[in-house]
Design a protein around this ligand. Structure first.
Ligand SMILES: [Zn+2]
Length: 280
């Protein structure tokens, strides 16, 4: 079965990882801009990072018939620096018409500070000004609930924002309900140690149903498994779920979401055929 990796930080992964993912059925990767593990010193560093995301990574992915799309922003951690934020935000528009850019992200909260909220709002304005989709990070552990709440409260203030074009990621048991009930897409992030395990993800799918839920490995420079999505597919089969349900979560939902960008396309035409003709 084909799948789309909805949240992979491929700049941190090797070319062998792309090959492993392709062999496991991955046909597209959506890569949000994020924190490199250390703070960048200048807006010029972001320029280089954006060039890597919009030029080098799509080429590297295409060797394995994987379509690579990316999201651009200043990440929540470095967004605490309002001076740097102002400089980086000025530089983002020139990248937005690159063929693989599908929106602004992953923006959002880290420690839910005043500066983070201001930077978040600046990014939403930028997205709306340029008719871009939005991908949102939510904080971890004790900041998860509060950060998700503040995120939603600020999003709903923008009356011209279509919740169908916004994905609030890293949802957990206590936040997935509030994200879905406001009409946003959401994402379950599979991690080997922290965040959501395979079993917890399937529990949430069983409770909330598959609509507007996407799955990702969020593979990055920390402990993470680039083929976590096919692992979830196996876990769902083990629990007796249908191929139709699995395909909706790992392929059709992310496809439907990304197609709204007007820029997303699958790497091979025969994939379209499998969507409309395969019976569960
Ligand atoms: Zn991420």
């Amino acid at each position: 079965m084909y799948y789309i990796e909805m949240h992979g930080h491929m700049v941190s992964r090797t070319t062998d990882d792309y090959r492993e993912m392709a062999m496991a059925g991955c046909v597209a990767v959506s890569e949000p801009a994020f924190w490199a593990g250390w703070d960048r010193q200048s807006a010029d560093s972001f320029d280089d990072y954006f060039r890597q995301l919009t030029d080098f990574e799509p080429k590297r992915a295409s060797q394995f018939f994987i379509r690579h799309v990316s999201w651009l922003c200043l990440n929540p951690k470095e967004g605490e620096d309002r001076r740097l934020t102002a400089e980086v935000l000025k530089r983002i528009p020139k990248f937005l018409d690159r063929p693989n850019v599908v929106g602004i992200g992953e923006i959002g909260m880290n420690r839910v500070t005043r500066n983070e909220v201001d930077t978040f709002i600046d990014h939403i304005r930028l997205a709306l000004d340029y008719n871009q989709m939005i991908l949102i990070h939510t904080p971890h552990l004790e900041d998860k609930y509060k950060g998700t709440r503040v995120t939603i409260d600020n999003l709903v203030k923008f009356q011209n924002l279509d919740p169908n074009r916004v994905l609030i990621d890293h949802a957990e048991e206590h936040t997935v309900g509030m994200i879905l009930e406001h009409g946003f897409y959401t994402g379950l992030t599979l991690y080997p140690n922290t965040k959501v395990s395979l079993a917890r993800a399937v529990d949430m799918i069983e409770k909330y149903g598959p609509d507007r839920i996407t799955i990702s490995s969020a593979c990055d420079w920390g402990p993470s498994v680039p083929t976590a999505v096919p692992q979830l597919m196996l876990e769902m089969r083990r629990r007796g779920h249908s191929e139709e349900l699995i395909r909706k979560l790992v392929f059709e939902n992310p496809l439907k979401f990304l197609m709204q960008s007007g820029k997303f396309e699958l790497p091979r035409l025969d994939i379209h055929a499998t969507v409309s003709h395969t019976a569960p």
